[in-house]
Design a protein around this ligand. Structure first.
Ligand SMILES: Cc1cc2nc3c(=O)[nH]c(=O)nc-3n(C[C@H](O)[C@H](O)[C@H](O)COP(=O)(O)OP(=O)(O)OC[C@H]3O[C@@H](n4cnc5c(N)ncnc54)[C@H](O)[C@@H]3O)c2cc1C
Length: 368
């Protein structure tokens, strides 16, 4: 059986990785579109703090976060570079003691059904500052021990490298979906048909136009996210927690090499405009400095910008497309795609190849 995966962001890379272990002939196609979300994503793996009131999404997100340590260990066992995933914990920064108490109780409630949330406890302002020194003095927090972070680009590269090592072919180019008599025929690249029994559309924000030749509508719109990378002197930031301030939607996290990441804008209506803007930078830096004034002296390293893929609701658009045999969609992961992506890719590929997978895809119908 020949499978073509279109899109090599984290979802497509995870598809290729999973498929390469299932005995199919696999081709991974990518057009390197400007604004790939994976390369820009912050990489916070902490779904338990979400305010989203959607059971199907939450169950999927928890399953995806639970699976991360095993995936990373599997990659390491097969000789991957350090993909940068680490359970560094997270601190919710509350606006007052009452909010901190409420958040702590909520996280403890959620811990019962999701033990992978790890240790949950209230953290004093002094301890919060010891854990993340640039924080504004007086910041109260709630500690979530199971939270992690990963560099999406590094994870993606390692998944692709391992898939290629197991025989997956990587093709550069913009693919056009080809259909014949109610089923996929493959994809066309530069006018040449590459035949396949099944196609997975892991095409991120570009999915609506990609599936159009099949005569179906998958509702995805791009939402620009701008994010800033800084270097904070020679601080050992390798184990600093993710900072999640209540009430702003912005956040801070760190990687090795004194790298501090401040994110991010959420620009609905941006279209496919993947530029860094003055207003975007101002917003990100203003929010970051309000929470952690100690990063004011950091060196500016780079700005990244990516197009998140917003679907009609928070749930992924994931599963077979009714009426088009052989077409599976794996997109719509919004602001949580680095968390959900590896599981979404695995599920999509198993569905395309007709291999059992444990998730009920009914709530994720890509044509809803
Ligand atoms: C600023 C920012 C911060 C984020 N922070 C987090 C976070 O902290 N935690 C988290 O879990 N998630 C986060 N996300 C979300 C996450 O990055 C995305 O949801 C995820 O990376 C989406 O992956 P994807 O593979 O679906 O899409 P993408 O990474 O966008 O990949 C899609 C790929 O499809 C290719 N493509 C499209 N059309 C075609 C075609 N016709 N032919 C060939 N190739 C094609 C493109 O070139 C691209 O490489 C963040 C996103 C942004 C922008």
């Amino acid at each position: 059986m020949r499978l073509i995966v279109v899109g090599a962001g984290v979802v497509g890379a995870a598809c290729a990785y999973e498929a390469s272990g299932l005995g199919a002939e696999v081709v991974l196609v990518d057009a390197e579109m400007p604004g790939q979300a994976t390369a820009a994503g912050a990489g916070i793996i902490c779904p338990w703090t979400s305010d989203a009131d959607d059971e199907a999404w939450y169950a999927f997100a928890c399953a995806a976060a639970r699976r991360y340590p095993a995936l990373v260990a599997e990659l390491a066992d097969s000789g991957a570079d350090d993909v940068s995933y680490r359970q560094v914990g997270a601190l919710i920064i509350a606006r007052d003691e009452e909010e901190a108490g409420r958040d702590c109780r909520l996280m403890l409630d959620r811990q019962a059904a999701a033990p992978e949330i790890g240790e949950v406890r209230a953290v004093s302002a002094a301890e919060a500052k010891a854990l993340f020194p640039p924080l504004r003095p007086g910041s109260l927090g709630v500690w979530i021990g199971g939270a992690g972070r990963v560099d999406g680009g590094r994870l993606r590269e390692n998944l692709v490298r391992h898939a290629r090592g197991r025989g997956v072919a990587l093709v550069a180019g913009r693919a056009r979906l080809a259909c014949r008599a109610g089923r996929v025929a493959g994809v066309e690249i530069d006018g040449q048909l590459m035949e396949a029994d099944a196609v997975v559309a892991a095409t991120g924000a570009w999915t609506t136009s990609f599936v159009q030749p099949a005569g179906v509508v998958v509702r995805v719109t791009p939402e620009r996210g701008q994010i800033v990378h800084l270097r904070l002197g020679s601080a050992d930031t390798s184990r600093w927690p993710v900072i999640l301030p209540r009430g702003s939607g912005h956040y801070l996290l760190t990687f090795t090499g004194s790298r501090v990441v401040a994110g991010a804008t959420r620009e609905t209506g941006s279209g496919f405009d993947a530029r860094v803007t003055a207003g975007g930078l101002r917003e990100v830096l203003t929010q970051a400095l309000a929470v952690a004034p100690g990063v004011a002296s950091a060196t500016h390293l780079e700005n990244r910008v990516g197009l998140r893929l917003a679907g009609p609701d928070i749930r992924p658009l994931l599963g077979p497309v009714q009426g088009v045999a052989g077409l599976v969609v794996a997109t719509g992961l919004g602001a949580s795609g680095l968390t959900l992506g590896p599981l979404a890719g695995a599920v999509a590929v198993r569905t395309a190849l007709g291999v059992d997978q444990p998730i009920d895809l009914t709530p994720f119908d890509p044509l809803r």
